[in-house]
Design a protein. Structure first.
Length: 402
């Protein structure tokens, strides 16, 4: 197979995904087009520069609907001969877009692609599409489906993670993100977002904040009422996991990922493409994976996805220098570390979605670009990015510096 390389990666700052968030004024198409323009400008892309734009976004309705990827191309300065396709693998949409692009390059289906994703959660709230996985009783009852927050609490209960452990993880995520911000570690991939007049809208990740165990300890569990009272999702979880007498509700706004707006784009191509366009490759794809998992506990997918991608790469967990494990909830990362006996000093070293937010369709591409930047900064050779996925799936990617 042909090797696929990362030539560049660009992302917006992550804005608070609420109506008072700084990026609320920018549509998902606008976020996408500005990100595509930055990538094109940095790499002198002109004409039919890539085979396709593969773009992840989750809530594909309203202004995020109607093949947002093609709208983003037409809204950008890219040539109109470049098509676009929108894909949805929930939280891993951005990484799946990248993996699809890399595997098409590896299979010879094109010399180069732009891949990434977007989500404007302040303008198109999560769940607006009314998907069957959340509301069709025939589907949900058959599969014991519960909301993601309940799933995160099931993980904490089943694998023994206390409220204090989840809060301590969240505090560390915030501290690491603050250090990374202060030291400019995001500066290579993150670009300032400007309005149509050239005025800066946002240049730093908006949601990083100072916190401690005491402040987190004052927060009420977010999913306790829906679990215990109405509609009583704990009973459904216990039907699937009868060994659990009760579910310990440990997650809240402070140790769960923040709702965010943002976009990210990665330029992927073969060796000949780089040589033709005077581009230097930064990393090579070693392997990709995706897998389905139990839809009740839902968020343990990074574990089998990692096992699968390691096998595909012919590697062991000890061969990986750095990890990005999306911080959907604290228990997700704690379970990953527990399963692999992984060193926290190698995982999410610059913080994650608990500190900076989780713009659903973009996050996978964001964490891959963050991983590559940190590999270069710390002079590490191999990295693995993975995400849990709603309804029970997982995805993972291994890259190697060139």
């Amino acid at each position: 197979m042909t090797d696929a390389y990362i030539y560049d990666a660009v992302r917006t700052p992550r804005g608070k995904g609420k109506k008072d968030g700084t990026l609320h004024e920018v549509t998902a198409v606008g976020l996408s087009a500005r990100t595509l323009n930055k990538l094109a400008d940095r790499n002198n892309l002109s004409g039919h520069a890539v085979e396709d734009v593969i773009w992840g976004n989750v809530t594909q309705i309203g202004e995020q609907g109607a093949c947002l990827a093609r709208s983003a191309v037409l809204g950008s300065n890219l040539d109109q001969s470049i098509p676009g396709v929108s894909i949805n693998r929930f939280c891993a949409s951005g990484l799946e877009a990248v993996n699809m692009a890399a595997n098409q390059v590896r299979g010879g289906a094109g010399d180069a692609f732009i891949a990434g994703g977007v989500e404007s959660m302040s303008r198109v709230p999560m769940g607006m599409d009314g998907g069957a996985i959340a509301i069709d009783p025939e589907l949900t009852m058959k599969n014991y489906v519960v909301p993601q927050g309940i799933s995160a609490d099931i993980i904490a209960t089943k694998y023994g993670f206390s409220r204090d452990e989840c809060d301590a993880y969240a505090v560390e995520s915030q501290n690491r993100a603050a250090i990374a911000e202060a030291e400019g570690r995001f500066s290579r991939s993150r670009v300032s977002l400007k309005d149509q007049n050239g005025l800066t809208i946002l240049q730093n990740d908006e949601m990083i904040r100072k916190t401690d165990m005491q402040s987190l300890g004052s927060l009420r569990p977010s999913f306790k009422d829906m679990g215990e009272v109405m509609p009583g999702f704990d009973k459904i979880g216990i039907m699937r996991y009868p060994e659990l007498e009760t579910i310990n509700h440990v997650h809240h706004a402070g140790n769960s990922s923040g709702i965010a707006d943002g976009a990210a784009a990665i330029l992927i191509g073969n060796k000949e493409y780089g040589e033709k366009n005077n581009l230097k490759p930064r990393a090579k794809f070693r392997a990709t994976s995706r897998i389905g998992t139990d839809p009740t506990i839902m968020l343990t997918g990074p574990i089998p996805a990692t096992e699968r991608v390691l096998k595909a790469a012919g590697m062991d967990i000890s061969d990986i220098d750095l990890f990005e494990v999306n911080e959907a909830f604290a228990s997700v990362v704690l379970r990953f570390m527990q399963a692999f006996d992984a060193d926290h000093s190698k995982i999410n070293v610059n913080g994650g979605a608990i500190a900076m937010g989780h713009p659903l369709g973009a996050t996978g591409a964001i964490i891959l670009s963050t991983l590559l930047d940190e590999m270069e900064r710390a002079d590490r050779e191999t990295g693995l990015a993975t995400l849990c996925i709603g309804s029970g799936m997982g995805a993972a990617t291994i890259i190697e510096r060139v």
